[in-house]
Design a protein around this ligand. Structure first.
Ligand code: ADP
Ligand code: MG
Length: 277
């Protein structure tokens, strides 16, 4: 999609104000190290409206992954911790949820796709089992129905011969197909919010474009909201309704995609844009 078309789509999408689905308010998070607390993101606030695609952009090390892991409450599994702030998903504060409660929320209400699909896919189980497992956990379906959903999801994400593929293991999938399977797993229980952390960074350029097209199509078909994390302003230009710019762990500016590209307010954003071909 050309910049002009993307800007028009963004303007159309942001012309209406949508109810916030995700509200991150004053999030401060990081790690407890031997040298003391290491703050990776400080006082970060932004929101994702219902039906919106918001791109969180910033160079490597700016705190994008820490922010996404904090929202999923997976930061704790990376020796991280949330020092303060609120993360409201449809009004429920995720920061105060127990990990037990989060197990029911993840996948059901908010799901995540990682740069490297093997972060989430288990190498020793067939793809179908992993998708079916989520459906059984969240929807209380029986194995047969959950398995049928797995096949349906693989078909939806454009995996050929889904009835055959569903029985295969992650290593039998190519990188692009694995990322499709990861997206199928994330969306199997129709979460309202999908967080994608650099979902195309590990892929070839042509496969990257296919995965972005897939996310756009699924968003239109399933009607979820997307928080897309990328260091690539070209990806943000194509996908975003709004852009949130993170620099050294802080939000330095945010706005509709066309405004950010035409009149960036912060010098750091101008620098990021200068790298777009
Ligand atoms: P990004 O995703 O934008 O590239 P990250 O969110 O991964 O950046 O990292 C933000 C900061 O947190 C960086 O300074 C990074 O070194 C630090 N960091 C990330 N993960 C850990 C960890 N497990 N332990 C200690 N510091 C970490
Ligand atoms: Mg990252």
């Amino acid at each position: 999609m050309s910049r002009g078309v993307a800007a028009a789509a963004g303007a159309a999408a942001t012309g209406r104000t949508t109810r916030p689905l995700l509200e991150v308010q004053g999030l401060t998070a990081g790690f407890l190290t031997r040298q003391g607390p290491l703050v990776a993101v400080e006082d970060v606030s932004f929101h994702v409206g219902v039906g919106e695609t918001v791109c969180l952009v910033g160079e490597s090390g700016s705190g994008k992954s820490v922010t996404s892991l904090a929202i999923m409450r997976l930061l704790e599994y990376d020796n991280g911790t949330i020092f303060g702030g609120r993360i409201l998903l449809d009004g429920t504060d995720l920061v105060t949820q127990s990990q037990e409660a989060m197990r029911r929320i993840r996948g059901r209400h908010v799901a995540m796709v990682f740069q490297e699909p093997m972060t989430a896919l288990n190498p020793v189980f067939p793809i179908g089992d992993q998708i079916a497992e989520a459906v059984m956990l969240h929807e209380g379906k029986g194995r047969a129905e959950a398995w049928a959903r797995a096949v349906e999801m693989l078909r939806l994400v454009g995996i050929p011969e889904p009835e055959v593929r569903v029985r295969q293991y992650p290593h039998q999938f190519s990188g692009g197909m694995r990322q499709r399977a990861m997206i199928a797993m994330a969306l199997a229980c129709r979460p309202r919010l999908l967080i994608a952390d650099e979902p195309t960074t590990a892929l070839d350029v042509t496969i990257q474009a296919q995965i972005l097209d897939l996310l756009r199509r699924l968003k239109a078909e399933l009607g979820m909201s997307i928080l897309l994390i990328t260091h690539d302003m070209g990806v943000a230009a194509e996908m975003a309704d709004r852009i949130v710019v993170l620099y050294a762990g802080r939000v330095v500016e945010e706005g509709p995609v066309d405004r950010i590209f035409e009149r960036p307010a912060h010098p750091y954003t101008m620098g990021l844009l200068a790298s777009v071909p």
